[in-house]
Design a protein around this ligand. Structure first.
Ligand SMILES: Cc1cc2nc3c(=O)[nH]c(=O)nc-3n(C[C@H](O)[C@H](O)[C@H](O)COP(=O)(O)OP(=O)(O)OC[C@H]3O[C@@H](n4cnc5c(N)ncnc54)[C@H](O)[C@@H]3O)c2cc1C
Ligand code: SF4
Length: 478
């Protein structure tokens, strides 16, 4: 075995074989990896000082009881730790993988703040739930009694699924409608598989089906089925449709071939990973292989695009962002990951136009500087005169964020009140909308946000719907 490459994990005194080692069987690798993960989780959990001021817990949107499940993990009481962790989180293995922990729980760990490096809370949460799945501790909802009332949920993303789970556990009949062919929303088609493996999402959907949730897929509400029809079929309705209208660049040449939207690009890549036929990927339209790729934007979606392009074998990947590193909206951890993988960030730059005849050949880049703070307190980027240059590009991905679609118009429901940003107006706690018996949760209320907030909203909306269903029938039927 002299040729085997080994990585040394000094802190654990363990030797970990690299995946590249062809002589090692996959099962051996998995076994060693599991052992390694178990030791690492226990080691991290035992670093928690049980400080008594759990800022980690108060900065977790689900208020997970982090110190207690870390203590149980350190003591080797894994099933109890898992039970405690899942009591407040519908999908802990998903949050453990993709929460921006540096901005939430881990960023507020007192050990981190004292300069000794955070307890890696997300990794422990992920390890606990992966272990729970492997040991059969994760059980589908089995209500004590079935109820006659039914709830229609529009949107099978984390908000809709978290509500579906909570309602099913109470015996409510639940039907989830979604325009896509697979459930999961952005968990399935937005977030790349290298951050969130798709089988992890699919096993949850399978379990919800096993629990009795009915999924009506390929059903675009407003086209295939009217909102009023859904309302008429159910005792209550939850709208959890997310935000999908992408903000597009307004600049000359933006219509050239090869200038694409981030979600189209990421969806094609995710569909490929499911083994689907994706014509736009196979023709190269939505495939970065061998191309000079420029991604425009500084948020988490932009980070997912640049890292996907690297994995697809792009010739080069550059990310243009109009502010500087300190002022970018995306996670610093993700940016660092992208840099380590070979992405070049070009700070303080803005696309002014695009060159090319039929297909894009370059981005006309305008250099920027940061000026005075705007109303939000952030410094506004302003152009530098005579600083333009052309960046060669074969594929340009626009990742400037998302806005809500105009649901009242698309669905013909003018009484569904929306905010001036187009998000649905819903009560902060109960998630009730202006329409009786209609609730809303997740990004369609918050604007583009996070999975963990969508889960929280879905759980809270389910509680409010249960209270609504418990009211006298005359009120519920109103
Ligand atoms: C590329 C990308 C990467 C992200 N990465 C992260 C991350 O790493 N960590 C994190 O916490 N968050 C991340 N987010 C944000 C996170 O994915 C969202 O905040 C979260 O998915 C919102 O959940 P939701 O249930 O409200 O909506 P969605 O997940 O968007 O689900 C909405 C569902 O509604 C369906 N739908 C919409 N309209 C209709 C209709 N008319 N009829 C039927 N169905 C409809 C859609 O098909 C979709 O399945 C990312 C977002 C993007 C775009
Ligand atoms: S749900 Fe997210 S914020 Fe809460 S403990 Fe888990 S990783 Fe941290």
């Amino acid at each position: 075995m002299a040729t085997q490459k080994m990585l040394k994990f000094v802190s654990l005194g363990k030797e970990m074989p690299t995946k590249r080692d062809a002589t090692l069987r996959a099962t051996d690798f998995q076994e060693i990896y599991r052992e390694f993960a178990a030791e690492k989780a226990a080691e991290q959990a035992s670093r928690c000082s049980q400080c008594g001021v759990p800022y980690c817990q108060s900065h977790c949107p689900l208020h997970n009881n982090i110190p207690d499940w870390l203590r149980l993990t350190a003591e080797g009481r894994l099933q109890e730790a898992y039970e405690l962790s899942q009591a407040t989180n519908t999908f802990p293995e998903i949050c453990g993988r993709i929460c921006p922990q540096d901005r939430l729980c881990e960023g507020n760990c007192v050990i981190e703040q004292s300069g000794h490096g955070t307890v890696t809370i997300g990794s422990v949460e992920r390890y606990l739930t992966d272990t729970a799945w492997a040991n059969g501790w994760v059980k589908p909802a089995k209500p004590l009694a079935e109820r006659a009332e039914s709830v229609g949920i529009i949107g099978a993303g984390p908000a809709g699924l978290a509500a579906a789970d909570a309602l099913r556990r109470k015996g409510v009949q639940v039907t989830v409608y979604d325009r896509y062919d697979r459930a999961g929303g952005l968990l399935t088609y937005g977030i790349p598989g290298f951050k969130l493996e798709k089988p992890v999402v699919m096993q949850r959907i399978a379990q919800l089906e096993e629990a009795g949730v009915t999924f009506v897929m390929n059903c675009k509400v407003g086209e295939d089925l009217s909102f009023d029809a859904i309302r008429g079929q159910h005792d209550a309705v939850l709208i959890a449709t997310g935000v999908y209208k992408s903000r597009d660049i307004q600049a000359p040449g933006v219509g050239l071939k090869g200038i694409v939207k981030a979600l189209d690009y990421l969806t094609a890549s995710n569909r490929k990973s499911f083994g689907d036929d994706v014509a736009e990927f196979d023709t190269g339209e939505l495939n970065a292989e061998g191309k000079r790729v420029v991604v425009i934007g500084g948020g988490d979606t932009a980070m997912d695009c640049v890292r996907t392009a690297i994995r697809q074998g792009a010739l080069s990947v550059k990310c243009l962002y109009r502010r500087d590193r300190a002022n970018m909206p995306g996670s610093q951890r993700e940016t660092q990951n992208a840099e380590e993988e070979g992405v070049e960030f070009v700070w303080l730059t803005n696309p002014k136009g695009f060159t090319g005849h039929d297909s894009v050949e370059g981005v006309i880049v305008q250099r920027m500087r940061l000026g005075d703070p705007d109303a939000s307190g952030r410094q506004s980027p302003e152009p530098i005169e005579d600083g333009d240059y052309t960046e060669p590009a074969d594929l340009v991905i626009q990742a400037l964020g998302f806005e809500p679609e105009d649901l009242p118009k698309l669905w013909g429901v003018k009484d569904l009140a929306v905010t001036r940003w187009g998000t649905i107006k819903a009560d902060f706690r109960s998630h009730a909308t202006a329409l009786p018996g209609v609730y809303a949760a997740g990004d369609i209320v918050r604007g583009a946000s996070l999975v963990v907030w969508a889960i929280r909203d879905g759980r809270e909306a389910a509680d409010a719907i249960l209270a609504y269903l418990a009211q006298p029938a005359t009120v519920a039927a109103e």
